[in-house]
Design a protein around this ligand. Structure first.
Ligand code: IYR
Length: 231
């Protein structure tokens, strides 16, 4: 080990029995299988601590060389939410009706029933925006390389979504495209790019979600080589 290496500290996570581990694995999957992307939110206020804990969970993500290349911006100011809605809808309208999404894309989205209107951007109590830091900035202003940025930030977002679901709250991975307006409205520096915008709130009482199903395991998992049957 080089002199630059961090000191090693013991790591002793609680170690369950096999049966307990399997029971927990099943319970976790069953819980996550109830998660849905929600587009209709209640205006019921959300405790700020829920957002803070979800962000703390997001901040536990592994990242390339532990650079933690994410910035999360929380928006609850109604004026700013309206500005974000207006800018997002202007872009989305271009995408849906101005020819920016081709017919194949529009057709793929039809089962989801989405369009350019994004009322949830004003109704949801919080808009939480994740930015990826393409590079870091040292205190002296010089650039520091970041590694595997999309992988790292994607994992952080996954943890955020999981934490939000665990609280009984709902969210949506919203990617109004292009998202540059978020950098402008939120005053983010050049090294950051908007990654995902998450409206967060309780689902509306009358919220509905498309009746979609998920791929069963054999459709997306391979054990060893293609012709190997699982034991
Ligand atoms: N960003 C648009 C379009 C959209 C794209 C995909 I891929 C989706 O899974 C859902 C929507 C919108 O938010 O409507």
């Amino acid at each position: 080990m080089t002199d630059d290496a961090l000191p090693q500290v013991p790591y002793h996570p609680a170690c369950p029995t096999d049966a307990e581990a399997v029971a927990r694995a099943r319970a976790f999957f069953e819980r996550m299988d109830t998660r849905r992307s929600v587009r209709a939110f209640s205006d019921r206020p959300v405790p700020r601590a829920c957002i803070e804990h979800a962000l703390a969970a997001a901040g536990t993500a592994p990242s390339g060389a532990h650079m933690q290349p994410w910035t999360w911006v929380v928006v609850d100011d109604p004026t700013l939410k309206s500005q974000i809605r207006e800018a997002a809808e202007a872009e989305e309208r271009q995408s849906y009706e101005g020819g920016r999404m081709n017919e194949e894309w529009l057709e793929a989205l039809r089962p989801l029933g989405t369009d350019w209107r994004k009322p949830f951007l004003e109704v949801a109590p919080y808009l939480v925006v994740c930015f990826e830091q393409r590079w870091g900035v040292r205190p002296d202003g010089s650039r520091r390389k970041h590694y595997y940025v999309s992988e790292s930030v994607g994992i952080s977002c996954g943890l955020f979504i999981t934490a939000i679901h665990e609280m009984g709250l709902a969210t949506l991975t919203h990617t109004p495209s292009p998202m540059r307006f978020l950098s402008r409205l939120l005053g983010r520096p050049d090294n950051e790019r908007p990654f995902i915008l998450f409206p967060v709130g309780f689902p509306a009482d009358d919220a509905t979600v498309p009746a979609l199903t998920r791929k069963p395991l054999p459709d997306f998992v391979q054990w060893n080589r293609p012709d190997d049957a699982p034991a």
